[in-house]
Ligand binder design. Structure first.
Ligand code: SF4
Ligand code: SF4
Length: 164
C-alpha cells in the first residue's frame, strides 16, 4: 500500500460533518491487495464480511499513448460498503449513504488503513475538497488487475451474491 502523509484536518471535517464519507466511500488502490500473499483471497474476505463491495466503472479513461478510450468496457474496483449496502444488500451506486466506518467523531480506521481515495482527498476550508487520485485514477489502476477481482468474485459463497 502506498504511504501518504497524513493530511487529516479534523476541525475542517468536523464543520463539514463528513460529507465525503456520507455520500460514497472512497475507492482503494490495488496495492493493499497486491501486498498480500493471495490478493484475491484478501479481497474476497472483505467482500464476504460485507465490509467492502465492488463498484463498477464504465469505460476505460483515455490516456494518450497509454490507454485508448473504451466506453464499452467495465472495470470493477473495491471500496468500503455503505450502511445500507451492508444491512440490506441493496446495491445502487446512484444512492448516497454513510460509509460503514464513519462514526460521530470521524473515520474509525487509522489513516494508513483507509482507502487511497480517502487518504488523498485534501480537506478544504471552503469545502471544495479535491483529490489527485479519483475515479479516473482508480479505474486506470485497476484496469490491469481485474483478474484479482474476478478471482475474488469466484471465491464468494453463492449466498453472498455478487454485485455486478
Ligand atoms: S475531506 Fe472535505 S468533504 Fe470530506 S469531511 Fe473533510 S471537509 Fe468534508
Ligand atoms: S473509509 Fe473512512 S475516510 Fe473513507 S469514506 Fe469511509 S469513513 Fe470516510
Amino acid at each position: 500500500m502506498n504511504v501518504l502523509q497524513n493530511n487529516e484536518h479534523r476541525s475542517i471535517c468536523a464543520r463539514c460533518g463528513g460529507q465525503c464519507c456520507r455520500t460514497r466511500p472512497g475507492i482503494e488502490a490495488p496495492d493493499r491487495f497486491l501486498a498480500q500473499s493471495d490478493p484475491a483471497a484478501a479481497l474476497a474476505e472483505l467482500l464476504i464480511r460485507r465490509e467492502w463491495v465492488l463498484e463498477t466503472h464504465y469505460g476505460v479513461p483515455y490516456t494518450p499513448g497509454v490507454t485508448a478510450p473504451d466506453p464499452g468496457r467495465i472495470i470493477q474496483y473495491p471500496r468500503p460498503a455503505t450502511v445500507r449496502e451492508q444491512k440490506t444488500d441493496d446495491y445502487d451506486q446512484s444512492r448516497a449513504d454513510d460509509c460503514i466506518y464513519l462514526t460521530p467523531t470521524g473515520c474509525s480506521l487509522a489513516f494508513d488503513s483507509r482507502p487511497r481515495m480517502c487518504r488523498e482527498l485534501v480537506p478544504d476550508s471552503c469545502f471544495e475538497c479535491e483529490t489527485p487520485w479519483g475515479r479516473r485514477e482508480a479505474a486506470l489502476a485497476w484496469l490491469h488487475h481485474q483478474d484479482i477481482v474476478q478471482a475474488a468474485t469466484a471465491a464468494l459463497p453463492p449466498q453472498e451474491g455478487f454485485h455486478p
